[in-house]
Write a protein that binds this ligand. Structure first.
Ligand SMILES: Cc1cc2nc3c(=O)[nH]c(=O)nc-3n(C[C@H](O)[C@H](O)[C@H](O)COP(=O)(O)O)c2cc1C
Length: 184
């Protein structure tokens, strides 16, 4: 089953019984790819979408995976970092992207749509940090592995740069990156 954002988690991004029922009803699909799931507050820009960066969210996902497994289904998580498409009003601060760019059009927030804000360019340390917090399947555990390594099923399928409407990468090197100023 293709991943389908449903926005049923609430502001805390914790999967719940409604989500468990939804996924269990679809267990016969074969392999379910979950709705896109934030790897961090910084990377989650869709109101009420689920996350996978803290213990409550892990426990919430267990509700879902247990329900799917009881119905003989299989499910993997689709991981999400939305880059410049995350509005600061969702609590993650200034968005980080490949470059200092501002996405066209409007972001979804809890108060409705708002213009996107300028992203800052990811530094090399940002890239290491974001990769470091990205959950990995159990067989790929590393010292950097985080919440999903305690998940009950293999979790990683895809990382996506959510529905970007234009290329964001204008950089060729970390040296060049440090000299590019963000447009406001
Ligand atoms: C309401 C809705 C939510 C979606 N959410 C996601 C998502 O979370 N992650 C993703 O990769 N694609 C998402 N998609 C894209 C679908 O997975 C799918 O690729 C798209 O609907 C095209 O499918 P089709 O080729 O079978 O028509 C979403 C699509 C819709 C309509």
């Amino acid at each position: 089953m293709a991943p389908l954002t449903r926005a049923r988690s609430g502001k805390d991004g914790v999967p719940n019984a409604l989500m468990a029922a939804y996924y269990a009803q679809r267990a016969s699909a074969g392999l379910i790819i979950s709705e896109a799931t934030g790897i961090s507050r910084e990377g989650l820009g869709w109101p009420n979408a689920p996350g996978l960066w803290n213990d409550d969210q892990v426990e919430g996902w267990k509700l879902v995976t247990d329900a799917v497994h009881r119905s003989k289904g299989r499910i993997v998580a689709q991981l999400w970092h939305m880059g410049r498409l995350v509005h600061p009003d969702l609590g993650g601060g200034q968005p980080v992207s490949a470059s200092c760019t501002t996405a066209p059009d409007f972001a979804h927030t809890y108060e409705g749509k708002k213009p996107y804000v300028a992203a800052r360019a990811a530094s090399f340390a940002d890239i290491q940090r974001i990769i470091g917090i990205t959950p990995r399947p159990r067989e790929m555990r590393s010292p950097l592995a985080s919440t999903a390594s305690r998940f009950t099923v293999p979790t990683v399928t895809l990382s996506i740069n959510s529905f970007a409407t234009a290329p964001t990468s204008a950089l060729t090197s970390t040296a060049a990156q440090s000299t590019i100023a963000c447009a406001s």
